[in-house]
Design a protein. Structure first.
Length: 112
């Protein structure tokens, strides 16, 4: 009986700790630090703001639909009148490679 209780506690602790973990891609990102607060018209001139549930970038507001995690995070983004687009977010520390609607954007840096 003790082993079952201990196993349940361990499993519960794992579920609780993972529920509060923040995704690596969450934050504000830009190609250069000078663009961190920019609302430009292209991927190269606008900051990307990512939350657990949405992406806000030059292309507008997108709600995160399906998400698949491997080495990178693969997202189906629901972008209003533009429809669903595929997005890849490959974050490693303060850098992230982004592929937006099958177009590689290159490496972005986390904004301070």
């Amino acid at each position: 009986m003790r082993k079952r209780i201990l196993a349940a506690c361990v499993m519960g602790a794992g579920i609780v700790s993972s529920a509060f973990a923040q995704e690596a891609f969450v934050g504000r990102w830009a190609v250069t630090p000078e663009l961190c607060h920019s609302n430009g018209q292209t991927a190269e001139t606008s900051a990307l703001v990512a939350t657990d549930t949405s992406l806000w970038w030059f292309d507008g507001y997108c709600r995160i639909g399906k998400m698949y995690k491997a080495r990178a995070v693969y997202v189906q983004a629901h972008c209003g009148s533009k429809g669903d687009i595929p997005v890849t977010l490959d974050a490693h520390g303060d850098r992230m490679r982004v592929i937006w609607n099958r177009n590689p954007v290159g490496e972005m840096k986390r904004c301070p």
